[in-house]
Design a protein around this ligand. Sequence first.
Ligand code: CBY
Length: 429
Amino acid sequence: MRQSHQLPLVGLLLFSLIPSQLCEICEVSKENYFRLQPLISTMISSKYTRGIQASNVLLSLRLVGIQKQDTEQRLIQQIEENVKSRSSDLTSGQVALIILALGECQNPDERFIYDNNLVSQLETKFQAEVENMGAHNCTPLTNYYQLSLDVLALCLFNGNYSIRQVAELFNPENKNYYFSGQFSVDTGAMAVLALTCVERKGQIETDGEYLNHIKKHKKSLVKKILSEKKENGLIGNKFSTGEAMQALFVSSEYYNKNEWNCQQTLDTVFKEISQGAFSIPIAAAQILPALVGKTYLDINKDSPCVSDPDFNSPTPKPTSERYTNSPSNILVHYSVKINRTYSTNVAVLNGSVFLNVMEAAREKNETIFRFTVEESSWGPYITSVQGLKANNNDRTYWQLLSEGKPLSQGVGSYVVHDGENLEVRWSTY
Ligand code: CBY
């Protein structure tokens, strides 16, 4: 008799011992919200968030329910100025992000989307991407990450697109998911989000055949994303992990629970946050939604904006700056590789980034080490070296390497070390 009473208790005990990866939802608990504070500080600090990053940051803040009026106003102003001053220069993905950010939840700025016909502008820019593929060996004007953002925004904001075209474009074997033979997790994840939106909105009766293709594509993309899972739980690298998590959240029917230990991924991301890994606003903006269990499919133009009190109470402390102990010099080896290699040694201040090395080399020899750079949402992007220009249609770019291995940060973020061998290499992806 006694024993049978204890059985449910034993069951309960066993249940509570089941590892956390079996939990349906994997997101940071409220008590752990303080771990996200460095991300939030980076995003709302006006010193960092400029121009083209603004839509990414606004979108992320709104999705997780952070309402800081002054920050929002500043971001919205930057976005609107950007549209007004250079609307025709904006890439398709930039327009998509602007729509997603301004249109997330019911707010007065939504009007800006319709007053400026942003959705039809996006339709046109998306078609221009596809036309470029026709003319240039299947290479879009930008890339598949942006095409995915385009489809996502068109899908969520009732723009026009053809399901048939989407099903054809987003075939997982398409070369645009790969850079130099390596599957791009960021790109695949964004495609899964876009395809999921299209799938949810499609109608079996009319779109059945294409919806089936889309399901197959998703399944295969999810498999590719999971195969990029590292031992520590990151998927791709730390910068793609947030978007990969979002893709996995919306496609749980396509993999088994034992294929992904979400809690392990979350724990590794927390460790990375505490080490200052997401110190630029766009990096913080791209990882944050997934950590609170949100995805870009939660963007809803018709639901009221919510404010999460747990995020909005204390004023966050400013993030610690990267500082150098002493202004001493370090010595690095720098090469430019085209067909042959041009090398030099340069001295830079301790704590310098890759770009400082390139500048120092240019000082030494303008002809060999001259370069041009453009501002991107991830910071400076090298567009040419020695006058040789990267070209999207040819899939050429200047790759950054250290000790012969490609870097996972750009020239403005990567901090160089004494004795390091750095290289920019003329490459194709
Ligand atoms: N955003 C985009 O259009 C960019 C999409 C993206 C997939 C992006 C990564 C992912 C993201 N989350 O935003 C992307 N990179 C692309 C498409 C590209 C290609 C750009 C040209 C094109 N077709 O659009 C290309 C040339 C393959 C590329 N990235 C090059 C590079 C190198 C830049 C070197 C230079 N010339 O300055 C570099 C530094 C890799 C290298 N070793 O050379 C690189 N990318 C890196 C490291 C990154 C990551 C940045 C991480 C960081 N902390 O700085 C990245 C997040 C990102 C930006 N690239 Co690309 C990928 C990652 O590591 N997870 C949409 C728009 C609206 O904003």
